[in-house]
Design a protein around this ligand. Structure first.
Ligand code: RP5
Length: 180
């Protein structure tokens, strides 16, 4: 992952198709940078912003309302603790919202998972696993959605998935050598 995002969470790529929102700068390193890295690898342009449902509710609302007009087709929203970011963005936007429960706070993301996943009918949030794996999968889900209008993204996504399969060894694990 390039360092350009490390201290620059108000990052914007020209023609961004995905908005990567997160509740805090502290969500970046352990979790949300994995979504950014995957989007980068698949060459999907994105913008990244800190949008807190609790600390910056006006900014979050404004961005969510404008998201469709700004060309974002997918919004990935990562937050920890009492995570209301993805749900509140979905309340204001009809774009596809993918929620990532961040593994922060004393409950390590279980609270964020329940807050993100348990949306009332009518306000959809597609929720991933907790933490870095969820963030990575959020980017892959974005690719799967974007391929409909962007076949080149579909080609890169298929190639990435095949590559993942190809590197898994067919050799059975020698359990004695692994010291089990
Ligand atoms: C949430 O509270 C954020 O998404 C973050 O996961 C958590 C802690 O935020 P900081 O106190 O580290 O800024 O809103």
């Amino acid at each position: 992952m390039s360092d350009r995002f490390r201290n620059e969470i108000d990052y914007g790529s020209p023609g961004a198709l995905v908005l990567l929102g997160m509740g805090s700068q502290s969500d970046w390193d352990p979790c949300m940078r994995h979504a950014a890295a995957m989007l980068d690898e698949l060459q999907i342009p994105f913008s990244a912003r800190i949008l807190s449902a609790h600390r910056t509710p006006d900014r979050m609302r404004q961005v969510a309302i404008e998201a469709g007009h700004l060309g974002y087709q997918v919004i990935i929203a990562g937050a920890g603790m009492s995570a209301h970011l993805a749900g509140m963005i979905s309340a204001y936007s009809t774009s596809l919202v993918i929620g990532v429960p961040v593994d922060s706070g004393t409950l390590n993301g279980l609270d964020a998972l329940l807050s993100t996943v348990n949306m009332p009918g009518g306000v959809p949030v597609a929720t991933t696993a907790i933490g870095a794996h969820g963030a990575k999968n959020a980017a892959l889900l974005a690719a799967a959605a974007l391929r409909i209008g962007h076949p080149e993204i579909g080609v890169r996504y298929d190639k990435w998935r095949s590559g993942q399969t190809d590197i898994v060894s067919e050799t059975p694990v020698d359990v004695r050598r692994k010291g089990i």
